[in-house]
Design a protein around this ligand. Structure first.
Ligand code: DP6
Length: 361
């Protein structure tokens, strides 16, 4: 380790988009390693709309690991952050910055402390997969800083230990999280099904029904579901495996009617198992239900479905329009029926494309 008077700081900045599952992950078979009870598939969004930007820095003058989220210091003591930091430090390599005259040997990473500053450009913990973008970005930027040799799929297995859905944000386009079979989680990782250029006429519109933080976190909600729901086993073992195969086909063939049917029914079944949890979990509200009715009515009136909808652990609607023309028409209908900031309590709209992971640093 070197550098003039040990005053140096080395930093990396990365930007990672969030992802929205079209076949949902809900339920773990291992809480510590974050191993799911079923495979899931997601679409990675355009980073200009929903993304986390993280700067990680290292300096011999830092006396402890510290992290700030949206400008406020948060604790790094949670087991999940510690798991990610431990796994990354264990794989760290030698780093040399000739311009600054800094050399860090791989064993030095165990002693050096980190400062991490993360910023979400969208509401945190409001059911818009903020933890997915956040943990993926943390792992990606630290991997760059510490010069890890692992590819994105191997990094996804580390991000998974921070938050399950985060593993899917290591890739752009369409991504599958394979649940894996190994007890140590080594095969529970993300793979890219199709890149961001595949099926690029899809447009995503998010209706932010409420930017408030959700009452039941995904982590505790899915834990309660696994323990109390009589339907979850049927979903994980019988329904999802078939849907995964069908969804992969629909994506490869750009088959929008199948894609929409699978995404909508899977979202509905996820919310059904939430309702089947005891005590029941209500993530959607009246506005969410009215949005579903509006889309269903429109799809039925057309020869073929125009829009797919999906809702995560919150009331916000993610709608996927089959092309730009449909997206314009969808937006017109939404603005007419659900004007933002009106008594429908709908906050705003976000419009974006599928996109790629970006390394800004
Ligand atoms: C409804 O990944 O937030 O968004 O693994 O406990 O951190 P933890 O949960 P998280 O759960 C996401 C659930 C979901 C569905 C999905 O993204 O597949």
């Amino acid at each position: 380790m070197g550098g003039e008077a040990e005053k140096w700081v080395l930093m990396v900045t990365a930007r990672t988009p969030t992802n929205i599952a079209v076949i949902k992950y809900w339920g773990k078979r291992d809480e510590t390693l974050i191993l799911p009870i079923n495979d899931s598939i997601s679409v990675t969004l355009d980073p200009s709309h929903l993304c986390t930007t993280t700067t990680v820095s290292v300096s011999p003058s830092f006396d402890q690991d510290r992290m700030w989220l949206n400008g406020k210091e948060i604790s790094l003591q949670g087991g999940r952050f510690q798991s990610c930091l431990r796994e990354i430090r264990a794989r760290a390599q030698d780093v040399e910055d000739k311009k600054k005259g800094i050399t860090i040997k791989k064993e030095d990473w165990q002693k050096l402390n980190l400062h991490i500053a993360s910023y979400n450009n969208f509401p945190t913990a409001a059911g818009l997969a903020s933890s997915a973008a956040g943990l993926a970005c943390l792992v990606f930027s630290l991997a760059k800083l510490m010069n890890l040799k692992e590819d994105n799929s191997q990094l996804s297995a580390i991000a998974r230990q921070g938050s399950g859905s985060a593993c899917r944000s290591l890739y752009g386009g369409f991504v599958k999280w394979c649940m894996g079979k190994e007890e140590n989680g080594s095969d529970s990782l993300a793979v890219q099904l199709a890149d961001e250029k595949h099926w690029d006429d899809l447009v995503i519109i998010i209706a932010v029904v409420s930017a408030r933080q959700k009452e039941t976190s995904s982590t505790s909600g899915m834990r309660d579901t696994v323990v109390t729901s009589a339907l979850i086993e049927h979903r994980a073992k019988e329904v999802v495996p078939k849907r995964i195969v069908e969804m992969e086909d629909a994506i490869q063939n750009r088959d929008f009617p199948s894609f929409a049917r699978l995404a909508c029914t899977d979202s509905n079944q996820f919310h059904a198992v939430c309702l089947d949890t005891y005590p029941p979990i209500f993530y959607m509200n009246d506005t969410s239900h009215r949005i579903i009715s509006c889309v269903e009515k429109w799809n039925r009136a057309e020869e073929t479905p125009q829009v797919a909808y999906t809702f995560d652990a919150g009331p916000n609607a993610v709608m996927i329009a089959r092309n730009r023309k449909t997206a314009a028409s969808l937006l017109q209908r939404l603005l007419y029926n659900f004007p933002p900031q009106s008594d429908t309590d709908l906050d705003s709209y976000i419009i974006g494309d599928k996109s790629i992971l970006q390394d800004a640093g």
